[in-house]
Design a protein around this ligand. Structure first.
Ligand code: NDP
Length: 401
């Protein structure tokens, strides 16, 4: 029996709230708070049980502390934007509340995805006797847990890891992003980066691509090498891995639109003066793009996110693929959201459940691969994200070099 405060009433916040509400034996009291309270109320009105809602500006630490002291939750699930991670962590420390998020902190004026800002809170959380669980969505999140599961049950040594994120869904719009457009476009237009033998190697944005044949009828799709934050924590916690890469699929239509927007300066994150007022072009673009939370109704198709690993077991080489397939329309039928929000929100709920039921405990700041993957993997199967694992004959050709 625990009280949870969810901050952020966007696409992911909606899924987390629905999923927590389905499990009253763990989440006995829920408060959903966000910058725009009407969005919280709209989500609350879709639920079969009562939850409370509140307005909070999570950039403002005293305002967030006041809400925490008033509601007195056991845990904050932060599904606002990565910009709010540090202020919400500060508020949690001041009010004595545990913390969970799904994306690492990013400064607003620089597209930089690094854990060091949040890892720097280690001593303060430890001394306060509190736990912060970072990056508990799908990627980061489940992909780290898939890797921990592979290490525990399938490998004595992992040599290479390729994380592959495919959205084979179609929302019927010319151009839209499946989660917050500002965060998504900052991520996609950044340089690619992969990890090899203890070093990070940079590539031009979206310059390296391969075609991967996805399972269960999804078929071949072009995927592009990108930087993604889970590689940073996996390099720290599983240093035996010699090479790590992250790939994401994009359609030609998405890439063509993105290229045009970039070329004309609409993805810039530095402020410009427009009619005497400072605006950030990417923030203006976000305001005119479809709200990802509204895409659920029209999105069809499936996502397939997983990990291809190779290494050694009992002295023999081993090749292994683990993945989840998630159907956009089924997600919408269950929680009024498309699969990208669903695949993020369900793991956030399960991570919260791990903490609140004392299956994952600790004092300090943690990434998900530091815990026993087994109970989390069981809950994925129970709560809408079943996974499959396949022992491969060899490494897929497209991932060989
Ligand atoms: P949305 O933009 O749909 O929702 C963000 C929500 O946060 C909105 O309700 C917004 O309020 C609220 N918010 C923004 N700023 C503040 C603030 N200062 N105080 C309080 N609330 C605020 O984003 P998503 O739901 O798509 O994404 C949520 C998070 O999930 C992001 O951090 C994203 O990076 C992460 N994510 C993680 C993934 C993973 O697999 N690990 C995958 C996808 C997303 P308002 O409506 O007023 O703007």
């Amino acid at each position: 029996m625990s009280k949870v405060l969810i901050i952020g009433a966007g696409g992911v916040g909606r899924v987390v709230t629905h999923k927590c509400a389905q499990i009253p034996e763990v989440f006995s009291e829920i408060c959903l708070a966000s910058r725009t309270k009407s969005k919280c109320d709209a989500i609350a009105s879709q639920l079969e049980r009562e939850i409370s809602t509140a307005k909070v500006d999570a950039d403002n630490v005293p305002e967030t502390v006041a809400l925490l002291k008033d509601f007195q939750p056991d845990l904050v699930i932060n599904v606002a934007l990565p910009y709010q991670d540090l202020t919400i962590m500060d508020a949690c420390l001041e009010a004595g509340v545990n913390y969970l998020d799904t994306a690492n902190y990013e400064p607003k004026d620089e597209a930089k995805f690094e854990y060091h800002w949040q890892w720097a809170y280690q001593e303060r959380f430890k001394q306060a006797g509190l736990m912060a669980l970072l990056g508990c969505g799908f990627d980061p999140g489940v992909t780290n847990i898939f890797t921990a599961h592979a290490k525990k049950h399938h490998f004595d040594r992992i040599d290479t890891l390729d994380i592959i994120d495919c959205n084979a869904g179609d929302h019927g719009k010319h151009f839209a992003t499946n989660f917050n457009p500002e965060i998504n476009i900052r991520e996609v237009t950044a340089n690619g980066r992969f990890y090899e033998k203890g070093e990070w190697k940079e590539t031009e944005p979206l310059s390296v691509h391969r075609s991967f044949d996805f399972p269960e009828g999804i078929g071949p799709k072009d995927m592009y090498l990108m930087y993604h934050e889970e590689m940073e924590s996996l390099a720290k916690h599983l240093p035996e891995i010699q090479r790590m890469r992250f790939w994401m699929t994009f359609s030609q239509q998405y890439l063509t639109h993105l290229r045009v927007l970039e070329n004309i300066g609409m993805t810039r994150i530095d402020p410009i003066i427009y009619q005497g007022q400072e605006i950030v072009p990417l923030q203006f673009l976000k305001a005119v793009l479809p709200d990802p939370g509204s895409l659920g109704e029209s999105t069809k198709g499936r996502t397939c996110i997983g990990c291809v690993l190779d290494g050694e077991k009992d002295g023999q080489p081993k090749h292994y693929y683990i993945y989840n397939i998630c159907d956009h329309e089924q997600c919408f039928a269950e929680v009024n959201s498309q699969a990208v929000s669903y695949t993020t929100g369900v793991p956030a709920m399960i991570g919260a459940m791990m903490m609140l039921t004392d299956q994952w405990t600790g004092q300090g700041v943690f990434n998900v691969e530091q815990f026993n993957p087994d109970p989390f993997m069981d809950e994925l199967n129970r709560h809408g994200l079943p996974w499959k694992e396949v022992i491969l004959d060899g490494k897929p050709d497209v991932l060989k070099d």
